[in-house]
Design a protein around this ligand. Sequence first.
Ligand SMILES: NC(=O)c1ccc[n+]([C@@H]2O[C@H](COP(=O)([O-])OP(=O)(O)OC[C@H]3O[C@@H](n4cnc5c(N)ncnc54)[C@H](OP(=O)(O)O)[C@@H]3O)[C@@H](O)[C@H]2O)c1
Length: 408
Amino acid sequence: MLSCAPLGGWVLQPWSKILLWFFFNCKTDFSAETQVAGWCWAACGAGAAWRLSAQILNTRAAPSLVGNPCQNARFGAKATGQHAWPCPAAAELKELEVPRLGHSDVHVKMLAAPINPADINMIQGTYAILAPLPAVAGNEGVGRVLEVGPGVTALRRGDWVIPADAGLGTWRTQAVFPEASLLQVPSDIPLLCAATLSVNPCTAYRMLSDFESLAPGDSVIQNAANSGVGQAVIQIAKATGVRTINVVRDRPDLPKLVERLKALGADHVITEDVLRKPEMKEIFKSIPKPRLALNCVGGKSTTEMLRHLQPKGTMVTYGGMAKQPVTVPVSAFIFRDVRLRGFWMTQWKKDHAHDKESLTSMMDALCQLVRRGQLGAPACTTVPLEDFREALVASMQPFTSSKQVLLL
Ligand SMILES: NC(=O)c1ccc[n+]([C@@H]2O[C@H](COP(=O)([O-])OP(=O)(O)OC[C@H]3O[C@@H](n4cnc5c(N)ncnc54)[C@H](OP(=O)(O)O)[C@@H]3O)[C@@H](O)[C@H]2O)c1
């Protein structure tokens, strides 16, 4: 770990390039593999920031020097050392050198990486997994292989790769990653599809496959239907003949959103308040009540959605955007025997770490859907890396219906 290493012990490669990297603020350790550095605007102040920037540019050991003075200053200000920095104030763009390519390593030029709610939660310190800080943020994205180490078996120069798991740190221009942390994806699929493939479409795919055996003609109900996951659910369900009832929050441009989701294949798009209205009866004249409900929100929206689930149906909670608990009427348990489950893609990957076939077949199935034009990227706004602050702010605004994707 960098924080434990004597400074004189750092060997940096003469051929390394200076990179633009993206950081969020530091807690304790400093990982050499991910080459991260921490910074705190508030604690260090502009003068210190200028001095440390100068060190980065003028000394080859700068990356290892940057974090520590700032860390100390920050810990002075934040003695608990918790991840509790506001986003995006905790984020900083830095230039660092690329580490040496190891035996089983892959040098990757990152191409594009989305900003997902989980990335924000990680920066805010509210996510279930938190990288040792300082760390490079970003859990998803796509890159192109520039060079591989001699022990790399499955990847070659020019291949496109995505993270095999969460926590890779994708918001950077280049990186050296272990081969095992990467998955190859076809380079003939659209860039934005590849950049947004490893989290939301996989989550949608698993939730539609693993909880109820759905047949063509069955229906699924979901809230936050315009989310990245929601859009993938609509498209994957459509491709398999499963009908969707899609709940969104009311907004001024609702007709536009309804039109967009219907163009993706949504059968019904309704607002949260319609869940309580007689209009629901009309919907269930033409399609069966859902066997599966997908909950991304929590709170009232979820309680109302649950009312429409078939007896013995399953509600899967995978997100908590409203930051409110799920309340279930006792009658739903007693008289309808509903099943409440949870899903986390990261856990699924851990549980299937020795079952590569499940992961490969899921990725193949998703790429097939992409190639057939049945699964596209969510609505996206592409943003140059330099404009990351605006992108972070935009990603946290309500009713945007567009995922911010950093172009790297
Ligand atoms: N469990 C897993 O494995 C897993 C995997 C992927 C994603 N997720 C989770 O799924 C959620 C969606 O992720 P994403 O990448 O698809 O998100 P996204 O594309 O950024 O969309 C966010 C969605 O949340 C809605 N939303 C935001 N605040 C809300 C509130 N207070 N009440 C109701 N709806 C609200 C937005 O609706 P408006 O347009 O109305 O603002 C939008 O539909 C996140 O919580 C994420 O962490 C979980």
